[in-house]
Every structure is written in C-alpha cells, then in structure tokens.
Design a protein around this ligand. Structure first.
Ligand code: NAP
Length: 280
C-alpha cells in the first residue's frame, strides 16, 4: 500500500496559520491520502531542525515568516523566479532533493489581473519578503508601470529592495520612509500594504493616511487577511477606492503550491468554499 504523503508548514510562530486548513481541505476534496502538519521551529534551532527533517520522509513544505529567505542555502535547487525574488515559500521534495519555489507573487496577482494593465503609478508599503514578491510581480506583469515607490520604516531595506528591482526593469523608482510617504500629496493607481501594521497587536494602526493618495480608480490592497478589513482598508472603502484584502492571495498562493506538489489546480468550487470558510 502506498505510504501517506506528508506535508508541513515551517515557520515561527504558526499559531494563526491557515495553510493546514486550506491544504487538508484540498486533500479531502481530491481524495488524497495525505496529511499537512505544522512544524513550528524556534529560529535558534532552525539549522538542526532542517537537518532532521531532511532525514525524514516528506513530500513538500510551505515556508513562512521568518524563514522564507533563510531557507535558501539549505535547498538542493531553487527555481529561477524564487532566486530572483530571494524568497521561497514552497518546497517540493523529489528523491530526497529539496526544490524551492515562490508562489506568493502569483497569488498576489490573481485578484488584480483585470486591472494590471492600467497601473502606471504604484506604491508598495514595506520592504520585507512579501514586498519583494509584490515588486517582482508588478515588474513582470504591470505592463504600463512607469513609476514605483517603495516606502518602509527602515529606509536601508527599501533601498536594498529597489536596487534589486532596478536590475530587472528600468522605471522611475522612489524610496521614502513611511512619514514622508504619509505627508506627500500624490495619487497612485495601486497602493499595497505589505507591512504588519493592521494585524495582531498593531490592529489599530495603518501604514499611512490614504487621504489625498487615491483617485476614483485607485486599488488599495492589504496583504493582511485577519482582520478581513484592516483600518487601512476601511479608510480605502470610505474614500471610494477598491479595497482588496490578503485572503485571495493566501488561497491562490496555496493553489500554486498545491499544483507544484500534485499537478492539480483547486478549481472554482474549492476556491469558493475556501473563500467562505478560511477567512472566518
Ligand atoms: P517581513 O519580511 O518580516 O517584513 C515585515 C514588514 O513590515 C517590513 O517592511 C517591516 O519594516 C514592516 N513592519 C513591521 N512592523 C512595523 C512597524 N511597527 N511599523 C512599521 N513597519 C513595520 O514579513 P513579510 O513576509 O514581508 O510579511 C509582511 C506581511 O504580509 C505580514 O502581515 C504577512 O502576514 C503578510 N503576507 C500575507 C500573505 C498572503 O498570502 N496574504 C503572504 C505573505 C505575507 P522594517 O523593514 O522597518 O522592519
């Protein structure tokens, strides 16, 4: 009899991760004999735990905060796109070889596909792993993009991100700290929050005041999915902008990972079901 296929998410902390719920549901839908576990790894034990996991029988992993960048040297192969982004969120284990992929950038694009061709001026708030995937995605697919601003609390991190992006596509790039982005009177076609401001202990905070930043077709996209409507998105809605939260990205990055592991897309019915159940 074939052995049960084992998958897990690697991160710290993992208390609030929705990935097990998404993938267990998908395994059930497609009648797969598979389990999806949480492997919470204290950062100081990372190296030892990865060596241990490599000795065990796994089919794949998701990787989340704070290991998406740290995992790279431990992989046997890294997909060129993940290498370019500098972050891996999905691992396929084939013949004991760990192969790293990034599916965050594809997940990010799915809910804005129909609007992508009109984004000329974009603002990314934050400069961590998620911002790298968002920046890469926009450079790949936002064909009309002319100007990209990265605003982050730590300016050096925003500069480092823009250095990487600049090497991929020539555009006008701007780097700001968050207070300067807040004070500017300038409108954008797309504003993306990739900072942690708006979730957990920072639930009442937002990265900037959107007044004066939106026109009637601005899309405001917050990668946070819990709460479903952050303070930032509430303001976007009040201002009449289109507001998108992080739930579709979460589901679609999971679908891309599932396709890498099994070759199987989720399909519309499962996406609909996950949209209704995972956010709550
Ligand atoms: P990360 O690499 O740790 O980056 C965190 C970012 O948040 C950095 O830009 C950091 O600024 C900023 N930040 C943190 N605390 C801040 C504060 N008090 N004030 C101002 N800025 C602050 O994390 P990540 O992987 O990029 O993830 C970022 C967010 O995206 C998380 O909320 C995560 O849940 C979300 N995410 C969602 C999805 C999805 O599928 N929906 C996928 C990936 C990530 P500094 O550089 O100054 O520290």
């Amino acid at each position: 009899m074939a052995e049960k296929q084992r998958f897990a998410i690697l991160g710290f902390p993992l208390e609030h991760s929705r990935s097990p719920q998404i993938h267990q549901r998908a395994f059930k839908t497609f009648g797969m004999d598979a389990v999806y576990l949480k492997r919470e790894i204290p950062p100081e034990k990372f190296e030892r735990e990865i060596s241990r996991l490599k000795e065990e029988n796994w089919r794949g992993f998701n990787v989340t905060i704070p290991f998406k960048e740290k995992i790279l040297p431990y992989l046997d192969e890294v997909h060129p796109v993940a290498r370019k982004i500098g972050a891996v969120n999905t691992i396929l284990v084939r013949d004991k070889r760990w192969i790293g992929f990034n599916t965050d950038w594809q997940g990010f694009l799915r809910p804005i596909e129909s609007a992508l061709s009109r984004f000329e001026r974009c603002l990314i708030l934050g400069a961590g792993g998620a911002a790298r995937a968002v920046g890469f995605a926009l450079l790949q697919k936002a064909s009309a993009l002319q100007e990209l601003t990265v605003a982050n609390r730590t300016l050096s991190r925003a500069n480092a991100l823009v250095d990487v992006l600049q090497a991929n596509r020539k555009l006008q790039y701007r780097v700001l700290d968050l207070p300067s982005a807040d004070q500017e009177h300038r409108t954008y076609d797309l504003i993306v929050n990739t900072t942690a401001l708006g979730m957990g202990a920072m639930k009442t905070m937002r990265p900037l005041d959107l007044r004066g930043k939106c026109h009637e077709h601005t899309v405001v996209y917050d990668l946070i999915y819990n709460p479903a409507e952050t303070v930032f998105l509430r303001q976007a809605r009040m201002l009449g902008a289109s507001a998108i939260n992080g739930l579709p990205m979460l589901i679609f990055q999971a679908e891309e990972a599932f396709k890498i592991w099994t070759g199987q897309p989720f399909g519309e019915a499962l996406v609909r079901e996950l949209t209704e159940t995972v956010g709550n």
